[in-house]
Ligand binder design. Structure first.
Ligand SMILES: Nc1nc2c(ncn2[C@@H]2O[C@H](COP(=O)(O)OP(=O)(O)O)[C@@H](O)[C@H]2O)c(=O)[nH]1
Ligand SMILES: [Mg+2]
Length: 223
């Protein structure tokens, strides 16, 4: 099966080269689509230098970057791959395995189910993620432990069928809500998480957390 790495990137010149080298090192039939979301630090040029298919757009958010890339993927499987090395591509062969074996439509790489290296930091983020995942499980009668994870893998036609609308980090609760509402076969497995601090460039805030809760409820009620 061919795997498309869909990389939304905004000013990630410090990490995208290393990230793409790690993807290149994987023994997979793969495509790399980088959606440069208005970077001003040369991120797009670095990605082009690594041979990736690079799409450029004005800065509109992670969601808009992911949505812009979906029509360009040519793989059987799509993995959303953040460009900041918080998620390590060496976890991808395991992440996609349930899809390759035909038992899953979507796989979430969980940072909250243990068993893999996790940076110990940002307690309130952990509380926020656990609350949002509990809310997801209650709203959709499921057992998702990390709905905000950036490591999500899909059968390509499933991702295309979700008809995503959100532009910013709300793409994560929108994706989660829609795959649960459609009773798709969602699997989870533990992944490593090499979290970065705000000083190192992290951008997600508590406002994104509040919006995530609203989007989950909205998708539950209206699809
Ligand atoms: N923050 C932010 N990230 C974007 C944007 N567009 C694309 N991205 C990319 O989305 C991915 C996740 O963003 P990040 O800030 O690491 O979010 P976090 O890991 O959830 O805190 C990274 O690869 C970013 O480069 C944007 O407008 N803002
Ligand atoms: Mg990140």
């Amino acid at each position: 099966m061919r795997v498309s790495f869909l990389v939304p990137a905004y000013n990630e010149a410090a990490t995208i080269g290393e990230l793409l080298d790690r993807v290149a090192a994987l023994d997979l039939d793969k495509q790399v689509v980088v959606v440069d979301d208005g970077s001003t630090d040369g991120t797009a040029e670095i990605a082009e230098g690594r041979g990736a298919l690079v799409l450029r757009q004005a800065n509109r958010g992670k969601g808009a970057a992911v949505r812009a890339g979906i029509p360009h993927v040519d793989g059987d499987i799509v993995v959303i791959q953040d460009a900041d090395l918080e998620y390590d591509p060496v976890d991808v062969p395991a992440l996609i395995d349930p899809i390759v074996r035909g038992v899953a439509d979507v796989v979430f790489g969980s940072r909250l189910s243990g068993g893999r290296p996790q940076r110990a930091y940002l307690f309130w983020h952990l509380v926020g993620n656990k609350f949002l995942s509990l809310l997801t499980s209650v709203l959709f009668n499921t057992t998702i432990s990390d709905m905000e994870t950036g490591y999500k893998a899909f059968r390509t036609e499933v991702l295309r069928s979700l008809d995503l609308k959100e532009d910013d980090f709300a793409i994560e609760p929108e994706i989660t809500g829609k795959v649960c509402r459609r009773h798709l076969r969602v699997y989870e497995l533990p992944i490593a998480y090499y979290g970065r601090t705000y000083a190192e460039g992290k951008k997600i805030t508590w406002r994104d957390g509040l919006k995530a809760a609203w989007v989950l409820v909205r998708v539950r009620l209206t699809g």
